[in-house]
Design a binder for this molecule. Structure first.
Ligand SMILES: Nc1ncnc2c1ncn2[C@@H]1O[C@H](COP(=O)(O)OP(=O)(O)O)[C@@H](O)[C@H]1O
Ligand SMILES: [Mg+2]
Length: 465
């Protein structure tokens, strides 16, 4: 969908509601927002003051929200429009917010070039290539800051290196889902089909495959013949679809199919075929990509990944100084102490949001007052960390407790000296804790030393009381 189509769509919606067309400034706001510009830039382009642009924009978002029956604002506008575009119900009817209608009537044909009944949108049609997008399982995108380098890396892996399997892993709340949703609009034009699914209910692979194939078959994607299925996809018919169309598949919450109380990335009984599927998907030849989002790095990734290989992993760390925007948005005081706060909570955006709310609730926004209280406050972060600790092995817990009680980062030999675990056991545990993002590594005299972050130390202390 290009910007003119977006403007036409918005104009149709506003006209249907008010009987008036968009004025020049309203168009400028939508055009800028679609191009991911912020208000100062839009104000400059439209030759108006920023406060005036913001005032007009606030009214416009309100109007669009009322028209569509869902909350529209500057940060979700582009995403919501993209969602409208793909919410084709399959019977020449388009679902726009709460409105379901025949696009040729309601949109006066503005969408007729981008909607049809062919979800896989075979390029035989003389309309522009279209994408079959299903983000119905994904959360609504929210405010999003930075992550420029991660987005650049992911785009390079997918578009230039044609990486087939990417694992993004990190603690809950670190921003894996948000990052991936942000990536989609930036690469979607390269794909025939984009599907997001959460594995939160731990579907067996067979169920997931059936669900995805049903979706892909809504058009007339070729259904592989059984014999072909067996020989080409060796039991994974989904691979056949990923081969015949360029698809981007995102599987979130992969940790739900790992065995609790075992070292990282160990599949639950009955789910081991996921590992075989990922391996085949990486090794066979096709142009599709699969992104896995998980608390833990899946085990087979280590064997498959490499600089020149079609499998890569990205350990997602917290936000840097840009996370100050979260505190600005929450109206915290004393910006000169914000970086300290970001460092203490390692830039985890979910934790920073939780802490910012606590600082407002308890100290009226005063960061210095909050920081003067020791020990480090966890509040609702405690229950988030609990979920990570519940699934640790005893040896992992033992190592973390020892690291929490040690003031300086320790190397492997120091850990081995101090714990009743065999050296091979320690090595396995340290690797697993790294794959679960629960230890930090620093280089001292060219040797890796391990430590744990302040919130995890505080969590462990609370458990010992
Ligand atoms: N770059 C970011 N800027 C601002 N907020 C973010 C960013 N990344 C994530 N968040 C917010 O942090 C919270 C957790 O992010 P999410 O992507 O759900 O984490 P994860 O998938 O790793 O558990 C969400 O409320 C999300 O909106
Ligand atoms: Mg997530």
């Amino acid at each position: 969908m290009d910007v003119e189509e977006v403007l036409k769509l918005a104009d149709d919606l506003v006209f249907a509601k008010t009987g008036k067309h968009l004025n020049h400034l309203q168009e400028g706001i939508l055009r800028g927002t679609w191009q991911r510009q912020k208000y100062p830039e839009i104000a400059k382009t439209c030759h108006r003051s920023e406060p005036h642009v913001k005032k007009v924009a606030a009214k416009l978002w309100k109007l669009l929200s009322e028209t569509l029956g869902e909350d529209i604002n500057q940060s979700n506008f582009a995403y919501t429009v993209e969602r409208w575009q793909f919410s084709n119900t399959g019977n020449n009817c388009v679902q726009i917010g709460k409105i379901s209608c025949d696009p040729s009537h309601y949109l006066k044909g503005s969408l007729s070039t981008v909607l049809d009944n062919d979800p896989l949108n075979r390029k035989t049609s003389n309309t522009e290539p279209k994408i079959h997008l299903d983000l119905s399982d994904a959360p609504e995108p929210n405010l999003f800051y930075n992550r420029t380098s991660e987005l650049t890396t992911l785009k390079q892996w997918i578009l230039e290196n044609r990486t087939r399997l990417i694992a993004i892993y990190g603690l809950s709340g670190i921003g894996k889902t948000a990052l991936t949703l942000q990536l989609i609009p930036q690469i979607q034009q390269e794909f025939d089909c984009i599907i997001y699914r959460s594995l939160r209910n731990s579907p067996p692979l067979q169920t997931l495959q059936t669900n995805l194939i049903q979706f892909l078959c809504m058009g007339d994607a070729p259904v592989p013949a059984p014999a072909e299925e067996r020989t080409i996809a060796r039991g994974f018919p989904l691979l056949e679809y990923l081969r015949s169309h360029r698809c981007l598949l995102i599987l979130d919450d992969l940790q739900t199919i790992f065995t609790p109380q075992q070292l990282a990335g160990n599949y639950r009984s009955g789910y081991e075929n996921y590992s075989t599927f990922f391996k085949q998907l990486t090794e066979s030849s096709h142009n599709s990509s699969l992104i896995l989002l998980s608390w833990e790095k899946p085990r087979e990734i280590a064997a498959l990944e490499g600089e020149n290989r079609p499998c890569k992993s990205l350990q997602l760390n917290g936000l840097g100084p840009e996370a100050q925007e979260i505190f600005k948005e929450k109206g915290l005081a004393e910006p000169d102490r914000w970086l300290e706060l970001i460092d203490l909570y390692r830039g985890n955006p979910l934790w920073l949001n939780i802490i910012a709310t606590a600082i407002q609730d308890l100290f009226g926004g005063s960061v210095s007052e909050f920081l003067s209280y020791k020990p480090l406050f966890l509040g609702d972060i405690e229950s988030l960390l609990q979920q990570h600790f519940e699934i640790l092995t005893e040896s992992e817990q033992q190592v973390l407790s020892w690291l929490a009680s040690t003031p300086a980062p320790a190397d492997i030999s120091k850990i081995t000296e101090n714990l009743q675990l065999s050296p091979p056991e320690i090595l396995k545990v340290m690797q697993s804790l790294g794959r679960k993002s629960l230890v930090e590594t620093v280089k001292q005299n060219d040797r890796s030393h391990f430590s744990i972050e302040p919130a995890v130390i505080e969590y462990l202390k609370l458990q010992q009381i």
